[in-house]
Design a protein around this ligand. Structure first.
Ligand code: TXA
Ligand code: MG
Length: 362
């Protein structure tokens, strides 16, 4: 199979709030024919296929280079269609649906047999989400199908929040991307497993643990920074895989001292820095700063854009100053921890952080 089986990927630009029906109809037709299409959601861009067609879903795994043991989220236009995918749509689910759907919440529920094994990686549960973004909604309605869709990036790399990010990763590997502007949420949905008591957050996301606790009472989290060894039976298969990584190594650090920032000047090494605090010193010319908003929602909306942008500057390494340790920053910490090559408690000389192949150049 050639590396770019589709030659050039088509991009169709649509109005993000009122997508043009004839353009959406074209994309929906491709999906119905068993093709794959990238589209915006309110979290990140997804790469969709008809969830009921195993050959179509297989194209997602090929395009992304995704391991077959990592199941996909199935997206539906509405609750009625979601109910048709699971035997587990009970009162609790209904309550969650009323409060958070459509929106950035994914529920893991017992699957019905019509969902092909390739979607669920052979498991007996299915992850279901109803996206809110007008383009995703229009596409799901027009296709009138459940759509399996992971984030529209090559496996292990940073998720896309724009059509440009999708093309950077998947040009020629997919036939079409619907360009509906930037995905404003910026990080993926919260994945909640309802088969445990209490329910388990498998992946923190834009719906916070507090919001879920308001509806459900106790909710436990399964996350790298708070692992409960007793719940390994429900572990999200995706958690064991590398994720979200930019091309250049990313180091998570505490606050960088002013003199450490100054010392970068003498090194000639191109460094990217992401921080949420205001720096009040002149910055070295070889340091590219991406200034993050101070709130968790603002930070989430910019996080992947920051990683893509700094990667594109050709930075040899990225430093990220750790954001606050408060509960509403859980999803941000989760993504940063998994994108990081290493979490540094102390700061070694900067050249020792370069990939080995670059170290001799400095
Ligand atoms: O916001 C989002 O959720 C985006 C947009 C496109 O909707 N999608 C997304 O998909 O992030 P993906 O494939 O990148 O991440 C899906 C996560 C993975 O960690 C996967 O392991 C987990 O959901 N997952 C899917 N099905 C599951 C299941 N049946 N049981 C447990 N975890 C599951
Ligand atoms: Mg992903």
């Amino acid at each position: 199979m050639p590396d770019t089986p589709y030659g050039k990927t088509r991009r169709i630009r649509v109005d993000s709030q009122h997508p043009e029906p004839h353009l959406i109809a074209e994309a929906a037709e491709l999906l119905r024919q068993g093709e794959i299409v990238a589209f915006p959601t309110e979290t990140v861009y997804g790469l969709g296929a008809n969830a009921l067609n195993p050959e179509a879903v297989a194209k997602i795994f090929t395009a992304k280079g995704r391991p077959a043991d990592n199941p996909l989220i199935v997206h539906t236009a509405n609750v009625e269609m979601a109910r048709g995918l699971t035997s587990g749509w009970n009162k609790v689910v209904e309550l969650l649906a009323q409060k958070f759907m459509p929106g950035p919440l994914t529920l893991v529920l017992p699957k019905l047999p019509e969902i092909p094994n390739i979607v669920t990686a052979g498991g007996d549960t299915v992850a279901i989400r109803i996206p809110r973004h007008p383009v995703a909604q229009a596409l799901l309605h027009a296709a009138n199908l459940p759509i399996a869709a992971p984030s529209a990036n090559r496996s292990t790399l940073t998720s896309p929040t724009t059509a440009d990010h999708v093309l950077k990763s998947l040009e020629g590997r997919i036939p079409l991307v619907i360009d509906g502007g930037s995905a404003d949420g910026g990080i993926e949905s919260t994945v909640l497993h309802l088969g445990t008591d209490p329910p388990t957050i498998l992946r923190p996301g834009l719906i916070t643990i507090e919001e879920l606790q308001d509806v459900l009472g106790i909710v436990q989290t399964y996350a790298p920074i708070n692992i409960n060894p007793n719940i390994s039976i429900v572990a999200s298969p995706g958690l064991k895989h590398k994720h979200y990584a930019p091309r250049s190594p990313l180091y998570l650090v505490n606050r960088l001292p002013d003199d450490y920032i100054d010392s970068i000047n003498a090194t000639q090494i191109r460094v990217g820095l992401i921080t949420h605090r205001r720096l009040n010193q002149p910055l070295p010319a070889n340091l590219s700063l991406y200034q993050m908003p101070p709130t968790p929602e603002g930070y989430a909306s910019q996080l992947y854009t920051a990683l893509h942008t700094l990667d594109d500057t050709g930075a040899a390494l990225l430093l990220v100053e750790s954001p606050p340790e408060a509960p509403d920053w859980l999803a941000i910490h989760d993504r940063l921890n998994r994108a990081a090559k290493e979490i540094l408690n102390s700061l070694p000389p900067i050249h020792t952080l370069l990939e080995p192949s670059l170290q001799s150049d400095t």
